[in-house]
Ligand binder design. Sequence first.
Ligand SMILES: Cc1cc2nc3c(=O)[nH]c(=O)nc-3n(C[C@H](O)[C@H](O)[C@H](O)COP(=O)(O)OP(=O)(O)OC[C@H]3O[C@@H](n4cnc5c(N)ncnc54)[C@H](O)[C@@H]3O)c2cc1C
Length: 484
Amino acid sequence: MTIALVWFRQNLRLKDNPPLYFACEQADAVQAAYLYSDVPTYARPRGGASRWALHQALNSLSKRIESTFENQSLYVEKTDNVLASLLRLVEATGASVVYTEKRWEQGERLLEAKLKDALASRGVELKCYNASLLQAASAGCKADGTPYLVFTPYWKAQVKGFQENLRPVLELPRHMPPLQTPLPTTSVDTIELMPKIAWHTDMQAEWNLSEAGGQVLLDRFLHQAISNYKDDRNLPAVEGTSRLSPYLHFGVMSVTDIFKQALELKQSNLGASANASIETFLSELGWREFAHHLLYFHPQMPSKPLKASFEAFPWQADDALLTAWQSGQTGYPLVDAGMRELWSRGWMHNRVRMVVGSLLVKHFLQPWQAGESWFWDTLIDADVASNAMGWQWISGCGADASPYFRVFNPIMQSQKFDCEGAYIRQWVPELAKVPTEHLHAPWELGEHELKYYGVVLGETYPFPQVEHPFGRKRALEALASLKT
Ligand SMILES: Cc1cc2nc3c(=O)[nH]c(=O)nc-3n(C[C@H](O)[C@H](O)[C@H](O)COP(=O)(O)OP(=O)(O)OC[C@H]3O[C@@H](n4cnc5c(N)ncnc54)[C@H](O)[C@@H]3O)c2cc1C
């Protein structure tokens, strides 16, 4: 009799879940388990929004296991020592094989290596599957065996393989035979991920972090939005992107499944423009792969610039500026809209992520790590690889970065990508009555006219904390000082 322990790590779904699928196919009895640890031994402790999102995703998984399979439940445990807990579970269940998924962060790889040795010495097998990415993060290196540092050549070299070698999407396991004496049923509440103060009500209303919730978003995106993705993806007031990032981060949805469905749509030939949009979408999934490729070979990426020269960058850390940015009080309406969307939804549109990031590191001269940490704490899709890559890209210190000297103009970005001001009006209601042509730079209106529209600068809405021409010049001087 083969008993299998399925260790869920970051792919919290039933559909297209290789370790779960193969355990159910191959073993006589299966126990599913999830272990949560706050201790930064192997992984970076999650931020507040991410803990909330994990709670939702685990709850959905747990309920789905119970409702889909007879006499089955997910065992969850909070632990200070994941390795010791796993070994204890192996002993308690009598498992002879542990099925799990690969993770690519350095600490998680170390944990897996230690587990493999510890299990081997007990005569227990470890079966590990890639469930999070289209290909192993370590794969796809250049012909000389070195990793890619620039996205375009990386993508050109991988895209054909991604399309042609896509593994089959696995359906739900047909059955999940329970142990004779299963582990006790434990509630996700016991790992205490929910905030003690209720700041999460808007997020609760916004997201349904379950496989069913993800499928609704995917269907909407594939049937309504994907064919205009190339243009609409830059417009924060339009639902032009998939909003699947939290589902991908927690593996509530499978990247292989999403990639395959988008590819099939492209093959159905919806016309040149729609096909170009689908290709752009596929390449965004490629950016996600690339982020993990970079992190695999540069584990220090979340804290250290990939371009070493940037370690000497003359940042001017300033708590008041950082707080103004975090709370959406910079005086730049698009930036403030984005920061407030982040606080409310735990998510922010990609174009706006770039604009708010640029303002922080360039006009405000705050170290990019401060922005990275804030995103880490407030995003529900907070991902070590994608977040670090995004911040290094914006700051010009990444391997494949937007050069530091390219300083986004926060007013022009606003005029271009929120030209009607709908996004700003949604998140910065105190400016709602300002006519659209002045909404992107309200300080250009005279005091009396502003008052007519209900705005008193410095009282109801801030002046720009750092003026654009000054901020731009100062950022470029800081860069020049770095070169000398
Ligand atoms: C400063 C900064 C920080 C970021 N931090 C994160 C993060 O912590 N987690 C995260 O998932 N994404 C991060 N991104 C990337 C991107 O902003 C989000 O993935 C995207 O906004 C999610 O929205 P969506 O699901 O509608 O994306 P879509 O446009 O629908 O794209 C589909 C999927 O592709 C992936 N993707 C798209 N763009 C990128 C990208 N630039 N880098 C990596 N993957 C991408 C995501 O998984 C996304 O869900 C960051 C970007 C920046 C500029």
